[in-house]
Design a protein around this ligand. Structure first.
Ligand SMILES: [Zn+2]
Length: 269
């Protein structure tokens, strides 16, 4: 009997020490999940584009995730808050996320932004300048390969002040495009700011970057740049020690069951 008690007390002490170690680790190593989405579509629309499966979440799944964030008291950040946190100017609750969308799909405007407004949440959309200036239709037809127009971006600014419009390059969203002289990369950055939106926040096209690209961003006074990958699946949370120009994101573009999504956000990495 005595031995059983000793074992039980040993187990309880071990569990308590593990819990203390976990919370100490979290306190000493604060991390923020930067979520990366791409397209949002109904299940029927998504089924029509199997080749886009990895980059499309269903509207229902997306709303479930937002409901989860709201129900569990998550704060949705602005890029200013992330920047100030990185630079030690503010602390943020463990339950904080930065919601981001890449590429500027029309589906974001049609499905995602109204839901974000409904749940009173902030988000960032990284748009590609030349995609915005293509002749896109503004009406939603169920074609998930269409992008927002300049006119729609104006509406976003008016109707959805909770959405930040940032740069995914003007015309570097193509294979090998960043393998150019720094002066060309800087031109691309400046054209985006002149023609699409004045910003200092960037997401690398396809997550690819190099020394020239980072220097081009620094010299054009950009202050944050986000990665994507290295895998198509999740990556990891951002820390204060990450370079401002190499911020990792958690890729949730393909959708994720809500229990797994919740569990993933709780993980300290
Ligand atoms: Zn992209």
């Amino acid at each position: 009997m005595k031995t059983i008690w000793k074992v039980l007390i040993g187990i309880v002490i071990t569990i308590v020490l593990c819990i203390i170690a976990f919370f100490t680790y979290i306190k000493l190593n604060p991390k923020i999940a930067v979520l990366c989405y791409h397209n949002v579509a109904t299940a029927e629309e998504k089924a029509n584009y199997p080749e886009e499966n990895d980059w499309t979440i269903t509207v229902d799944n997306f709303e479930e995730q937002l409901k989860y964030l709201q129900k569990h008291g998550y704060k949705t950040l602005t890029t200013d808050e992330l920047y100030n946190w990185k630079h030690g100017k503010i602390d943020l609750p463990y339950k904080s996320v930065l919601i981001t969308f890449d590429d500027g799909f029309l589906s974001n405007y049609h499905y995602a932004f109204p839901l974000l407004k409904k749940y009173n949440m902030n988000a960032v959309v990284f748009v590609v300048g030349e995609f915005i200036e293509n002749l896109n239709t503004e009406e939603w037809t169920g074609n998930i390969k269409t992008y927002m127009t300049k006119n729609i971006l104006d509406k976003v600014k008016e109707v959805y002040p909770n959405i930040e419009i940032c740069s995914h390059s003007y015309m570097l969203h193509k294979d090998g495009a960043i393998e150019q002289e720094k002066v060309v990369l800087k031109q691309d950055i400046n054209i985006f700011n002149e023609r699409i939106q004045n910003t200092s926040i960037y997401a690398y096209p396809f997550g690819k970057y190099n020394e020239n690209m980072i220097n081009a961003l620094k010299e054009t006074e950009y202050k944050l740049a986000f990665r994507y990958g290295p895998t198509k699946k999740e990556y990891r949370k951002a820390t204060r020690n990450d370079s401002d120009y190499e911020i990792p994101r958690l890729n949730v573009s393909h959708g994720m069951e809500v229990w797994k999504f919740g569990l993933r956000l709780l993980m300290p990495f």
